[in-house]
Design a protein around this ligand. Structure first.
Ligand SMILES: Cc1ncc(COP(=O)(O)O)c(C=O)c1O
Length: 390
């Protein structure tokens, strides 16, 4: 029977490519998975107090439908976190979602009409393009200089048309690890305001930075129409529990959005309530595990980037945040980056993701790998990648 054209075009390279690996695993091959950005699949766990908060909530009977906008105490704690980063928000400006993914879907559904264009950083995290397309819009990639984490402002300006409705920013970025400076954020806000565009900013990796201090969009946006997306999957190590949020900046330009997005929240009823109690504990309990997590990641990043840049035919810019390396394949002997990734998988059992899955224009000719595993595992995987490219 027929399905909508809208949905048949949806792709998510990071998970789609894993189907190839599963086939090989069924045949008895051992696979090293470096494709999924999930710290919990590499030995990291939420702290004990957070796990206890989840089970306590279940035991104490917090098992009913929560309020659609989220638990008031959690919304308040989230507002305090974002306020400390500079965004002018209070409890009423927060909407709790089933991950950033759901927040992104709600926002895209609310602002994109068929034919509208949305600017996204190239290469991009795939759902940004998928959701825009799903709602009939057109994702337009803009260029980012990865050597110094700087968006190309002229390129952005040249791509704004009458149909552009929003600029998306992801800092720190997936897949490149680029972290935008305060000046770059301010420049982007100025451009968006000049053209009356929404600014959608994803800060899900906000505390995973290695070299410089992180600046949130809140610090520079004043009363601009900023919609911040954030969540608990990465920094708070709660990926499988599915929780995130939307924060609406206090801007009168967001009035209609504030009125209408909660309707979508009501239609889907609510977010998992016990998990909201765990998220609250995660914000209010000890934060020292984050330092340890970022310390471990920095060592893994340094090791991975050094190894990649030591390989003939591979070059990789230094990711300043998140947990991905996005190396360039200098002399690809295969038909495409996807074929490179599949051949690497078949011959060495190492699963990465083809760069073109993050956008044809800026992603092609690269691959993405996570540096989440412990160094001995990374060492083995990188040895195999080195043998393969040799
Ligand atoms: C930039 C970015 N946003 C959102 C997500 C997904 O977030 P969530 O688990 O909160 O849906 C990811 C996951 O990799 C990501 O990299």
């Amino acid at each position: 029977m027929k399905i909508s054209q809208r949905v048949s075009g949806v792709e998510y390279a990071i998970r789609d490519i894993a189907l190839e690996a599963r086939k090989l695993q069924k045949e008895g091959r051992q696979i090293t998975y470096l494709n999924i950005g999930d710290p919990l699949q590499y030995g990291f766990q939420p702290p004990e107090n957070v796990k206890q908060a989840l089970s306590r909530a279940v035991k104490e009977g917090q098992n009913y439908y929560a309020a659609s906008e989220g638990l008031p105490e959690l919304r308040d704690a989230i507002a305090k976190k974002e306020k400390a980063k500079g965004l002018q928000v209070s409890e009423d400006d927060i909407l709790v979602t089933n991950g950033v993914s759901e927040g992104l879907e709600m926002i895209t559904a609310s602002i994109v009409e068929p034919g509208d264009e949305v600017l996204i950083p190239g290469p991009y995290y795939p759902p940004y393009a998928s959701y825009v397309r799903l709602f009939g819009g057109k994702p337009i990639e803009f260029s980012v200089d990865l050597q110094n984490s700087t968006p190309d402002l002229d390129d952005i300006r040249s791509k704004i048309t009458k149909k552009t409705v929003a600029i998306c920013l992801i800092s720190p970025n997936n897949p490149t690890g680029a972290v935008f400076s305060e000046k770059s954020l301010k420049d982007l806000i100025d451009i968006a305001n000049e053209h009356n565009l929404y600014i959608i900013c994803d800060e899900i990796y906000d505390q995973i930075v290695f070299d410089e201090k992180f600046t949130g969009i809140g610090k520079v946006c004043g009363d601009s129409p900023v919609i911040l997306l954030n969540g608990f999957s990465k920094v708070h190590l709660m990926s499988g529990w599915r929780i995130g949020y939307i924060a609406f900046n206090q801007s009168n330009k967001l009035e209609l959005l504030r009125e209408n997005v909660p309707k979508l929240a009501r239609v889907r009823i609510a977010t998992n309530l016990p998990v909201q109690y765990a998220a609250l504990e995660s914000l209010q309990g000890p934060q020292d595990y984050i330092n340890k997590f970022v310390f471990d990641l920095k060592r893994r990043r340094d090791y991975t980037i050094k190894r990649l840049n030591g390989m003939n035919g591979i070059s990789c810019s230094n990711p300043k945040g998140a947990f991905y390396a996005f190396p360039k394949i200098e002399n690809n002997k295969f038909k495409s980056d996807k074929e490179f990734v599949i051949e690497l998988l078949k011959s060495k059992g190492v699963l990465t993701v083809h760069g073109s899955g993050f956008g044809v224009k800026y992603g092609t000719g690269h691959f993405r790998m996570v540096f989440l595993p412990e160094i001995p595992v990374l060492e083995q995987a990188l040895d195999k990648i080195e043998e393969f490219v040799a």
